[in-house]
Design a protein. Structure first.
Length: 572
């Protein structure tokens, strides 16, 4: 009797890459978020794109090829045009008589295979590689990486008589499709579309367009680090900024004041929102576009990176009937993601949840979200007053930035509501001092706040190229890692590969510091004890600091000592 044929999940399990429990968790995440199981495996770091591609190749009886370092003959590359290769993410590989080998990432994509067969007009043989490897091969062989593509577009602008003032009239569409290939689009339109598409492809969180005296610099923030991508000639500055402002529905004639706008767009199967900020500088208007990917917010508490003990405490905390829960940290530390994960956990038909945000970054189904509009007097305090007349169970206040907002949030918590909010402080104990400094009486802080969580984001080792390594004694001593801790650790470090852009890191994970308001901490708050004393008391009662939560992840091989030291140095 023939053995039962395994699908790719069974192959991954047989090869020891994933367990049955991990497959079940992956399927649950895919069902909750609507993403593919392969994408869920990668998001949970249970398998890499290469692992999945190898398993798919085995499932369908196809050859797996490694494209890194492979040079494909120009005559073969020319058999499929660049636009078709990029649209379908396929790469011509080699010829075998009349048969053309093409590389795909999904050997079961019948539509793509049929279309390519019709396009080339000859028999095809399918081989398999990962999507990232195919994209890199397309960039290498078609000579259309980001900088070269921008150069070619700018050359087109030079060679064509274009009236750049034409882009400064009319309004932008409600939704822009970056994948639409309209040959009549002006080169400046193609350039902006390409900048945004490239940023999405590289998983950037921000696009920075920065004017200087003789050039315009484009930088992307990837995994929290800014990377310079291209230089745009100064003569294209006004046209470039005007195009972005048209998409954002901003006033293109206003160049002296700050402006904020929003772009809604689609690229591939993704729907994205871009939050646009325009600030006048001495050399022109500087633009930052923050990319808000809805898929990134569809997370639950188990995927945030909590240690088991902290996860249990936080899960119990958010199920309290009333009180204030604060999340602290600098801009870009993942506070919004953590709060939305908590709201997703609590979101049910039996609960009414209202948020007040400035601005609303992500739209959550089933939750009433109010956007703050200072221009018409709709500020946090006024919204909170109105919220309480809506009889909510749970309130989220985007930020407690002044006494009035903090006072209203505290009053809401004391009248039977569970309140979530954020503060910009360096650690959890510092939030108490900040509230008191705002003018909130210590007795109100001690009676209303039930928990404070500080967090940061650290870059994770690239799953593709991470290798075990042995840190030196001086490195261990500087990090505070004892020989006993090191003996049971698995230290890993990324070596750098095309998947992580040679950086050794890919993706980020949160590290946490969760301080519960115990009776001792409440008493110290009431007596206005110093932040240092409150911190020492919290640690003595079992609080794990940001730094040591990061070190726990270092010992598991998730990140490196250098990365934890960068974002959460040991506090004296």
């Amino acid at each position: 009797m023939a053995a039962k044929r395994l699908n790719y999940l069974g192959i991954l399990q047989r090869n020891g890459i994933v367990s049955i429990a991990q497959i079940k968790e992956t399927q649950e995440l895919a069902n909750q978020t609507g993403i593919r199981i392969q994408d869920a495996l990668i998001r949970l770091n249970y398998a890499t794109s290469e692992d999945i591609a190898r398993a798919l190749a085995e499932e369908y009886g196809k050859e797996y090829v490694t494209l890194q370092g492979v040079q494909i003959r120009p005559a073969i590359v020319e058999l499929i045009s660049e636009s078709v290769a990029r649209e379908r993410n396929v790469m011509p590989y080699e010829e075998d008589g009349e048969t053309l080998k093409i590389v795909v990432s999904n050997p079961n994509d019948v539509d793509t295979i049929d279309r390519i067969g019709f396009y080339v007009g000859r028999p095809l043989e399918i081989v398999v590689s990962s999507p990232e490897a195919i994209t890199e091969a397309i960039n290498n062989h078609y000579s259309q990486s980001f900088g070269e593509s921008a150069d070619s577009m700018m050359q087109e602008m030079t060679d064509t008589a274009i009236d750049f003032t034409s882009v400064e009239s009319g309004g932008g569409p409600a939704t822009t499709d970056l994948t639409a290939n309209n040959e009549s689009d002006a080169p400046i339109v193609k350039l902006v579309n390409h900048i945004i598409s490239e940023a999405v492809q590289l998983r950037a969180s921000d696009i920075h367009i920065e004017p200087f005296e003789d050039r315009v610099r484009i930088r992307l923030r990837i995994d929290g680090m800014l990377i310079e991508r291209d230089i745009i000639p100064k003569r294209l500055q006004n046209a470039l900024i005007s195009r972005v402002k048209i998409l954002s529905k901003l006033d293109i004639a206003e160049r002296r004041r700050t402006q904020d706008g929003r772009i809604k767009l689609t690229t591939g199967d993704k729907e994205l929102d871009l939050r646009v900020s325009v600030v006048p500088t001495s050399h022109g208007q500087s633009v930052v576009m923050r990319i808000l990917d809805k898929d990134n917010i569809r997370v639950n508490l188990t995927h945030l990176g909590f240690a088991e003990y902290d996860y249990r405490k936080f899960n119990q905390l958010i199920r309290r009937p009333n009180g204030i829960i604060l999340v602290t940290g600098p801009t870009g530390s993942g506070k919004t993601t953590s709060l939305y994960a908590a709201l997703n956990e609590l979101n049910a038909p039996t609960r009414k949840i209202i948020t007040a945000e400035d601005p609303v970054e992500y739209y959550l189904p089933g939750i009433n979200q109010v956007e703050i509009r200072h221009s018409i007097g709709l500020d946090f305090a006024r919204v909170i007053r109105a919220m309480l007349r809506q009889a909510p169970n749970i309130i989220l206040v985007g930020e407690m930035r002044d006494y009035e907002t903090a006072s209203m949030g505290i009053q809401a918590s004391l009248t039977g509501h569970l309140v979530f909010s954020t503060l910009h402080t360096n650690d959890a104990p510092g939030a108490i001092t900040r509230l008191v400094n705002m003018g909130v009486p210590p007795y109100l802080v001690s009676s209303s706040v039930i928990g404070i969580m500080a967090q940061r984001l650290v870059r994770m080792n690239c799953s593709k190229c991470k290798k075990p390594y042995t840190p030196t004694d001086s490195e261990l001593e500087q990090a505070g890692i004892t020989p006993e801790m090191a003996a049971g650790a698995t230290f890993m470090k990324g070596r750098g590969c095309p998947v992580c852009n040679k950086g050794g890191y890919r993706g980020r994970m949160a590290i946490f510091e969760l301080m519960m308001m115990t009776s001792k901490i409440r008493e110290m708050t009431f007596k206005q004890a110093s932040t240092v004393d409150i911190r020492n008391a919290a640690v003595s009662e079992g609080m794990t600091t940001l730094y040591w939560d990061g070190i726990r992840k270092v010992l598991r091989g998730v990140t490196t000592v250098e990365e934890v030291m960068r974002v959460a140095r040991i506090q004296e």
